[in-house]
Design a binder for this molecule. Sequence first.
Ligand SMILES: Cc1cc2nc3c(=O)[nH]c(=O)nc-3n(C[C@H](O)[C@H](O)[C@H](O)COP(=O)(O)OP(=O)(O)OC[C@H]3O[C@@H](n4cnc5c(N)ncnc54)[C@H](O)[C@@H]3O)c2cc1C
Length: 464
Amino acid sequence: MSDPSGTTWDVIVAGGGNAGLCAAIEAAERGASVLILDVAPKAYRGGNSRHTRNFRCMHQGPLSVLTDSYDEDEYFDDLLRVTKGKTDEDLARMTIRMSEECLPWMEAHGVRFQPSLSGTLSLSRTNAFFLGGGKALVNAYYNTAEDLGVSVIYEANVTHIDIAEGRFSGLDVEIGGQTKRIKGKTLVLASGGFQANIDWLAEAWGPAARNFLIRGTPYNRGRVLRDMLDQGADSVGDPTQCHAVAIDGRAATFDAGIVTRLDCVPFSVVVNKNGERFYDEGEDVWPKRYAIWGRLVAGQPEQVGFAVIDSQAINDFMPSVFPPETADTIEGLAQKLGLPGNALKETIDAYNAACRPGTFEPNDLDGLSTEGLDPPKTNWARPITEPPYYGYMLKTGVTFTYLGLKVDRTSRVSTAAGKLENVWAAGEIMAGSILGEGYLAGFGMTIGTVFGRIAGQEAAAHVA
Ligand SMILES: Cc1cc2nc3c(=O)[nH]c(=O)nc-3n(C[C@H](O)[C@H](O)[C@H](O)COP(=O)(O)OP(=O)(O)OC[C@H]3O[C@@H](n4cnc5c(N)ncnc54)[C@H](O)[C@@H]3O)c2cc1C
């Protein structure tokens, strides 16, 4: 394309993941000239969105692949439970209500859905799964955007937003080793969280953050977020809050995606590097607990945990990409996992002795609880006695951070001096406006789609 700095764009979108693409499509459909700038190379376009699988959607009756109904109150109750009330009810309810019209909009813009697969956290009623995953969704949106005349520049690192007297006028972006200034009438910020910036994570978490793995893109480094915060943008969220799950400790530092998540925890005994248990593995069904285990492991020495199961449990969960370590004795398994053998044996023996007779039901809370064990295991407590034994190393896998820009119902960004006239934010960069803590599977894409669409509509209306 010709030099982007020679034009004053109607709408500039910083970040070409789900939220940025939804904004770009909405704005282009309203006749705006739109430029997407993304720091990633084309092959890695789509940020964290390309790793996703599903979208959580309210619906008052069967809708596309979604069965039955899932109404506003039930959805909001689910959100309240996971966030422990740390949400903005008005924004949350608006997001939930708008999710229903988003699903047909997504289909009309190229996204295809499929019924949920068995073993995918039992979500067939609440979450619509993307056929081909997030990568197919992102590719469909890029195709739609290109058909609408949206321009895209990859490997374009937005470094500074020019804001004066409450207005945006242009930004600095590094392209091909040079810093260019690009002018725009409006700006949509959709550049994700800062989870791939380990130094920033370490400011909040201390040295523990150096042992974290980042499940998604290495490009969400928070450059734009930091620049906006430095310029006094209103922020929301606590820098230590994030979505973090327990993933296979052998995963790559970035971009390992969904295949390294370990769903064996409820059927296992989890110990730290000293061979000691530290939390109730069977507290609740896995969809309601998987998102707390990243933080739990982060609180252990060297930020590692080890899940141990026996042959009875090996087929009770969706397998992850790496095979487990295996041995015929607990001591042998401890050696392979690098754990103290005596300590692990003592822990497993004490656990086995605390198990009580009952019926094991992998898909329900079966009440099969330990007795006299601290911490207890309150469901699926079946003795680990049938070799071969299997073990997985667990590490904290950060999905995305919650410290972000505070927005209103129109997705508008503000500072202490008031609302910025022509800057909106969507997706992970503002998700903390709704997610104070905790996470509801599929809600990241809901937030990005709802606020991306609003931001694109608002920006185009402002230009008009
Ligand atoms: C493994 C994994 C699985 C997930 N599964 C699901 C799921 O099934 N359902 C769900 O709802 N959520 C899921 N999520 C969360 C979901 O990915 C996010 O909530 C959502 O994709 C955020 O969209 P976004 O557009 O805000 O960010 P992104 O999709 O990450 O896009 C941000 C873009 O900004 C670009 N960028 C960053 N900095 C700059 C800069 N300085 N200049 C220019 N560009 C920049 C990045 O390259 C990136 O392309 C998952 C996340 C991961 C990591």
